[in-house]
Design a protein around this ligand. Structure first.
Ligand code: DMJ
Length: 617
């Protein structure tokens, strides 16, 4: 028999092997197997091996790139972003029933009740919008900018990502929450920085329409076309940077510049790039210090930078968390001045002495030196320095070696100097280092809960297993800071018990018990779900979302609250932060996805959850 003939014989025999079983049949199969020649048996083995290899290869690709399945199986339903003037589909958004808040199935330890410690700590909230002007406005019932929706004014091409809208009831519930928040903003605070959802007025911080800009790419991600088109018109007609106003460089960069750039990438709409360039040109004055380290504040009209009123120094995290945005702008425009300015800052900080990679939270813009004895923390004013080391390395195609080195060194410092475990349940937390290393404070901001997400992202890109282990342990503790409060919402600051004999792991002091609608824990749950596929992270996020729905939702929108420790006395603060729409709801929506729509091998999120592309170098 020639080779072809033998193959045919093998094929026949294979068919026989897989025919339905019966005792006689199995016996026949065995006899046939014995009758096969050596060559036939070897060919059969080879065939089986090839099939297994192909099968394993596909499994691996799917695990590494969860979005591949979507690309193969899901076709985009419609053009997105919409063309200007295109008739928008009416879409009903279901309101799923909400579950019970205090279902602690996933919590290993028992709740020990609220803490009685009445010590008061200074409210440290990382420079969010607490000192801004408050004003009232008339209700806004008409559709802003409606008359502008004529054909051909908005020329978006297809975005780089096809977002297909919510995939399940949980995602629909988040979209519904976004719509409620947006409705309040649109009605009572349109074009202003923040909504005050209880007094139904607005708050002005920088007068840059912060909530509107922070929300743009969330609307694209969620498929909210109508709202997006309306907001886009406001940007074109009303977003101006000519006001004689001092703004914070970092906050304006991450929220406004980041929001505009992300929306530009997703929509390819020139208006967002034009606005981004105008803004960045005005912000550049902040870098005009003797060291090149930027001042914290800058006047948008005059372009003059200066230190904050309350300190001669800039915050370390602030001067090192503007690099992704300015670099991206240089890469888009071909004008290197933005990237040059921020790279100089990173390089300068790289050259400074550190404590095992860890940095003090203040740096002087003129001397370019750290304030040596200032606190080292993963919370306010320290946090995103570490986040942007990794993300800048990724943004530049892993080509800038010192960023990776500094990141790894700092994570070593974290494990060595900041990680502690609680008594009685051995939970991992990160404390703060004070007075140049002399003191340790067992205190962790909710802000520090971004770190599990960053660690997981690093692990995906080749950092050691210990990073992922820490990410998972820390995310669990962060989750518990929500789960162990009767509101299922975390305090701004939590203190941890490490003394032998302690009966509970952590507690919140009354003055730290506020929840500002922050995203960090949810952000980390999303990264961990993305990396591991473990749906428990989704369930944790869902429970936190219930807490948000029950204790922060009011008729005018969502409000920050002063007290997470008592469901009967939450003391709403009458403020809806822009990052609630830009980050918190976006990460919740992404967390509940069945199939991921964003490929982390192509995109990086800035610290305000705005999407920027990765470059090859
Ligand atoms: C956001 O503006 C950013 O995530 C920033 O890095 C930290 N604080 C807020 C959200 O809590």
């Amino acid at each position: 028999m020639d080779t072809l003939g033998r193959s045919a014989q093998v094929a026949l025999d294979i068919n026989d092997v897989f025919l339905p079983e019966s005792p006689t049949k199995s016996f026949n199969v065995w006899r046939k197997w014995n009758r096969l020649s050596r060559l036939q048996k070897s060919m059969l083995y080879m065939l089986l091996t090839i099939c297994s290899i192909i099968f394993l290869y596909h499994m691996n690709v799917y695990n590494k790139h969860p979005n591949i399945q979507r690309t193969i199986k899901t076709e985009p339903k419609h053009d997105w972003p919409p063309k200007f003037g295109q008739k928008l589909e009416e879409k009903e958004v279901e309101n799923p029933k909400f579950g019970v808040v205090n279902d602690n199935q996933n919590v290993a330890m028992e709740e020990e009740g609220a803490d009685d410690d009445e010590d008061e700590d200074e409210d440290e909230d990382g420079g969010d919008s607490n000192h801004a002007e408050e004003e009232t406005v008339e209700e806004h019932d008409d559709k802003p900018g409606e008359e502008k929706q004529e054909e051909n004014k908005l020329p978006p091409k297809d975005g780089s990502i096809k977002f297909n809208g919510p995939q399940n009831d949980r995602q629909r519930a988040v979209v519904s929450a976004f719509q409620h928040a947006w409705q309040g903003y649109r009605r009572y605070a349109w074009g202003r920085d923040h909504l005050k959802p209880i007094s139904k007025t607005h708050q002005t911080w920088f007068d840059l329409g912060l909530t509107l800009i922070d929300s743009l790419d969330t609307m694209l991600v969620m498929g909210l076309k109508e709202q997006y088109v309306e907001a886009r018109v406001w940007v074109e007609d009303n977003l101006k940077f000519t006001t004689d106003k001092d703004v914070n460089l970092f906050e304006t960069t991450i929220r406004v510049l980041g929001g505009l750039l992300s929306t530009y990438h997703l929509s390819q709409d020139q208006i967002f790039l034009d606005k981004a360039v105008d803004l960045a040109d005005r912000l550049m004055g902040a870098f005009d210090s003797s060291s090149g380290v930027p001042y914290s504040d800058v006047n948008l009209r005059t372009g003059v930078g200066h230190s904050p009123k309350w300190s001669p120094d800039s915050s370390t995290s602030e001067v090192t968390t503007i690099q992704l945005e300015f670099r991206d702008l240089s890469r888009i425009t071909g004008n290197s001045k933005y990237e040059d300015a921020v790279s100089r800052v990173s390089e300068l900080v790289h050259g400074l002495d550190k404590n095992q990679g860890l940095v003090p939270i203040f740096i002087n813009a003129n001397s370019g030196q750290f304030r040596t004895y200032s606190t080292i923390t993963m919370g306010a004013r320290g946090d995103s320095y570490y986040e942007y080391l990794l993300k800048q390395w990724l943004q530049t195609g892993k080509s800038i070696e010192y960023l990776k080195k500094d990141y790894n060194e700092s994570m070593f410092g974290v494990m060595n100097k900041m990680v502690r475990r609680t008594v009685p349940n051995n939970l991992v937390f990160l404390g703060e280092i004070l007075s140049g290393g002399k003191d340790f404070k067992p205190k962790m901001d909710e802000l520090a809960c971004f770190l599990p997400g960053t660690l997981a992202l690093g692990f995906r890109n080749g950092m050691p297993q210990s990073h992922m282990d820490l990410a998972q342990d820390l995310a669990y503790t962060c989750y518990l800071t929500f789960a162990r409060q009767p509101t299922f919402l975390a305090p701004e600051i939590t203190y941890y018990n490490t003394a032998e004999g302690s009966t509970k792991d952590f507690y919140a002091k009354p003055n730290d018990a506020h929840y500002l609608l922050r995203p960090e824990t949810i952000e980390s749950l999303w990264y961990l779900y993305y990396m591991t596929g473990n749906k428990t992270y989704q369930d944790w996020g869902w429970k936190i979302f219930q807490g948000i729905e029950i204790y922060t939702k009011v008729s005018g929108g969502y409000t920050t609250i002063s007290n997470v420790r008592n469901p009967l006395d939450t003391r709403p603060k009458d403020m809806m932060e822009s990052f609630f729409l830009g980050e918190t709801l976006k990460y919740l929506y992404l967390l509940f996805a069945d199939k991921h729509e964003i490929d982390l091998d192509k995109w990086v999120f800035n610290t305000e959850a705005h999407l920027l592309p990765l470059y090859p170098h």
